[in-house]
Design a binder for this molecule. Structure first.
Ligand code: DUR
Length: 317
């Protein structure tokens, strides 16, 4: 006989803090920027928050860093989560549990570019994202060479494109374009920084195999993956590892139970160009992060949230 499992529930500590991100009601704003690392999170706060400072800061045991403050009086939270789908899942579910009303979430991250239209130094705002995941059963020892050769099982799963929020997309493109840094001969080979909207992103479950990077150490069956993606996904321009899952959770939220919606978007800084093998320098990263960080803050401030779906009380007042 099988044991009957009880609902494992949603664990919180005695103060109501979630298990991994470690925040509770009043500490996280309705407008959130999520980044991959702590240095970027602090850079956004220093260059864009009122007074260059956060009003609330918490680093969890699991390395999530939450920084909440205001930008021209509007509460904004930056959360550094790390990379990849599973960390996006922890972050969105735990923030949704402690923020009442609407959430507007923008990923400010890096990406690899698949086209010369988006050279290093560009910031790209996707209209939509597809998920690319390794199909584990293709690699299972019981899968036969015939099944692999016939194409009846494919090594990677490519989802349908899932839209970002249209208003978030437009606000991001507008504010990036309004704040374009001037061309500098010492940066990006002298090419002026560019902001590009209306493209499609692919979010992969690996930096390596499902982004078509080649290795001899593992069997990845990905020699033609990038070409297959470019053929099947119109307007595909960037690879990263988070945006698709943000869009998926926004589409999957039960708005009635949540008492609000989740709207998502991304500003993706091109660090690697897969058509030229160029990679950005640390100084160029700093310049891009400050520009894009400020533009994302301004876009979030410009997005309206109905007063009844905005939190009244928090560390910001
Ligand atoms: N990223 C990629 N692929 C690239 C460049 C950047 O996935 O070619 C993003 C996603 C992830 C981190 O957060 O940067 C991995 O370096």
């Amino acid at each position: 006989m099988k044991d009957v499992l009880l609902d494992a529930n949603f664990p919180r500590d005695a103060q109501g803090r979630t298990y991994h991100v470690g925040t509770k009601a009043g500490q996280v704003a309705n407008r959130i920027i999520t980044v991959g690392d702590h240095v970027r999170a602090r850079r956004v706060v220093e260059s864009s928050f009122d007074g260059g400072q956060a009003l609330f800061e918490f680093e969890s045991q699991r390395n999530f860093l939450t920084l909440t403050g205001t930008v021209r009086g509007v509460p904004i939270t930056v959360v550094a989560i790390g990379m990849g789908f599973s960390l996006v899942d922890f972050f969105v579910r735990e923030c949704a549990a402690v923020v009442s009303g609407d959430l507007v979430i923008v990923r400010l991250g890096s990406c690899g570019s698949l086209s010369s239209d988006a050279p290093i130094g560009s910031v790209v705002v996707p209209r939509a994202s597809v998920g690319v995941t390794r199909n584990y059963d293709y690699f299972h020892p019981s899968t036969t060479a015939e099944e692999r050769a016939s194409g009846s099982i494919e090594p990677y799963t490519i989802t349908k494109p899932l839209d970002c929020d249209g208003e978030v997309h437009d606000a991001l493109v507008r504010s990036l374009q309004a704040t374009l840094p001037p061309a500098d001969p010492a940066l990006f080979g002298g090419a002026p920084p560019r902001a590009l909207g209306n493209i499609t992103n692919a979010s992969a479950d690996s930096f390596y195999s499902s982004q078509g990077r080649q290795t001899s150490l593992f069997v990845d069956a990905n020699a033609n993956l990038a070409a297959v993606l470019q053929e099947r996904v119109p307007q595909l321009q960037t690879f990263e590892m988070e945006t698709f899952l943000l869009n998926h959770l926004a589409a999957a939220v039960d708005e009635g139970a949540k008492g609000g919606r989740i709207r998502t978007g991304a500003a993706q800084m091109v660090f690697a160009n897969r058509t030229t093998q160029q990679f950005i320098t640390p100084h160029e990263v700093d310049v891009l992060e400050r520009w894009a960080g400020r533009a994302v803050c301004e876009a979030l401030v410009a997005i309206d949230i109905a007063p009844e779906r905005l939190q009244k009380e928090g560390v910001w007042n």
